[in-house]
Design a protein around this ligand. Structure first.
Ligand code: XLS
Ligand code: NI
Ligand code: NI
Length: 443
């Protein structure tokens, strides 16, 4: 049964000519070549089950507003899951995007026991596999929801009760195996409740050790089952907990290094989570690229007036271009991609609104990619950075980093040469102008 009846066929690239109803891409042209690769293969766009099909449009003050008939509690849970899956695959194919993402409980309802939950998931995964081979849509990542059920209120891996840890381990095992069965490119761990509400009852070191143990077990299991996808940690500073341990990319990086997990885990950066951590998205991407932990991106943005995760569709080329530039100059995604973990606004009631949100977000990413390519080609930023640090390639720079050099030797050299370096301009305004000029002229 067709659900999105107002959208007859696949959303196509129409160029800059406005299309009645707006159901066309103006910039996203999957086959267009950018820096030697197809646009579709650069962006690796994924639609998420989570907020697009699983969230009814509720907030803390109000019930759901959306037309999502499969969320009706009177429906048989497995029938509802099938209805949802049909609508989701109809959406993926009409939108024309290559990937999707899912939490275990988005795909299949939890059963009364772990066994029943597993068999529900297996059945729905088999059904998804058929739909994937019919449509060619692939899995960008799967994950387990370790935050909704009351048993996880005090955390999953970091719960004071080892029975909760074991229960979470069972759930992740199933979700990881389901992702593997569907040929997923990545598996995500977002530690939504891996943090604390109050330090009065919390052992910080104990909880960190538990989290590391969990991650170690998951990485071992990945190897045991031969899953070749990438394991991703999704940093977020808070919400729902007051403090989340995977605070930002730097905190995750330090954690991975401390527990000898570097190389096993990479980061899934969410634009909005960067904002909540007090960073720009550009910062989070640049940090993870430079430290070798960059993996994938949740493209939803926040709202600068609100201190919570509003999960809006991206719509600012100015903001995304610089992050895209860092991704492109580092060679682009390997297994990662851009996924839309986004929420429509509560008043976006039409079925077509889900298309408009995605089309706008995808076009914004596509335009940002064009700008990033133009910035690379232009070379101003690259040259400015190279020149700024050029001294480190000279004799003094080499002497300083030589492990045999001492502080005294450097001090003697500075004294002998009577070094008196003069400050130079950081050229910030000139560089900002160059960035804007490229954004304005890129088509
Ligand atoms: C919540 C997170 C979540 C993860 C997947 O803020 O963004 O949706 O992406 O569990
Ligand atoms: Ni996310
Ligand atoms: Ni989020």
């Amino acid at each position: 049964m067709e659900f999105f009846t107002d959208v007859p066929g696949p959303v196509a690239f129409a160029g800059s000519e406005p299309v009645p109803g707006g159901l066309a891409y103006q910039v996203y042209n999957p086959a267009r070549t950018i820096a030697g690769k197809r646009m579709e293969d650069h962006l690796r766009i994924a639609v998420c089950y989570w907020h697009s099909f699983n969230w009814p449009g509720s907030d803390i003050f109000g019930v759901g507003t959306f037309d999502r008939p499969w969320l009706n509690p009177d429906m048989d849970p497995m029938e509802a899951a099938k209805f949802k899956q049909d609508a989701a695959f109809e959406f993926f194919t009409k939108l024309g995007t290559p990937f999707f993402c899912f939490h275990d409980v988005d795909m299949a309802p939890e059963g009364r026991t772990l066994r029943e939950s597993k068999s529900n998931l297996d059945e729905m995964v088999d059904r998804a596999a058929d739909k994937m081979s019919e449509t060619g849509v692939r899995v960008l990542w799967g994950t387990a929801n370790l935050f909704t059920h009351p048993r996880y209120a005090a955390g999953a891996a970091t719960n004071p009760d080892p029975e909760v840890f074991a229960r979470a381990a069972a759930q992740v095992r199933h979700a990881l195996e389901a992702t593997h069965r569907l040929g997923g490119a990545n598996y995500v761990l977002w530690g939504g409740r891996e943090g604390y509400e109050t330090m009065l009852n919390t052992k910080l070191k104990q909880e960190a050790d538990q989290l590391a143990r969990f991650l170690e077990l998951v990485a071992d299991h990945k190897r045991n089952i031969g899953f070749n996808g990438t394991l991703l940690i999704e940093p977020k500073p808070q919400e729902p907990t007051k403090h989340q341990y995977d605070y930002d990319c730097a905190a995750v990086h330090g954690f991975l290094e401390r527990y000898d997990l570097l190389g096993d885990y990479f980061v899934n950066i969410e634009v909005n989570h960067a904002t909540l951590a007090g960073h720009s998205f550009h910062h989070e991407v640049a940090y993870s690229v430079e430290n070798g932990i960059f993996g994938s991106v949740d493209a939803n943005r926040g709202d600068y007036q609100n201190g919570w995760d509003t999960d809006q569709f991206p719509n600012s080329v100015d903001e995304l271009s610089l992050a895209m530039y860092e991704i492109l100059r580092s060679g682009g995604f390997t297994t990662g991609g851009f996924n839309f973990d986004t929420k429509l606004r509560r008043q976006s009631l039409d079925r077509t609104d889900l298309f408009h949100g995605h089309i706008g977000g995808i076009d914004t990413l596509a335009q940002s990619l064009l700008v990033a390519e133009a910035m690379l080609y232009d070379g101003t930023l690259e040259t400015a950075r190279e020149q700024r640090y050029a001294g480190w390639k000279g004799d003094l720079g080499e002497q300083i980093v030589d492990p045999n050099t001492t502080l005294a030797a450097i001090a003697d050299a500075a004294t002998k040469a009577d070094l008196d370096p003069k400050p130079v301009s950081g050229q910030q305004e000139a560089l900002e102008n160059r960035v804007n000029q490229i954004i304005w002229r890129t088509t």
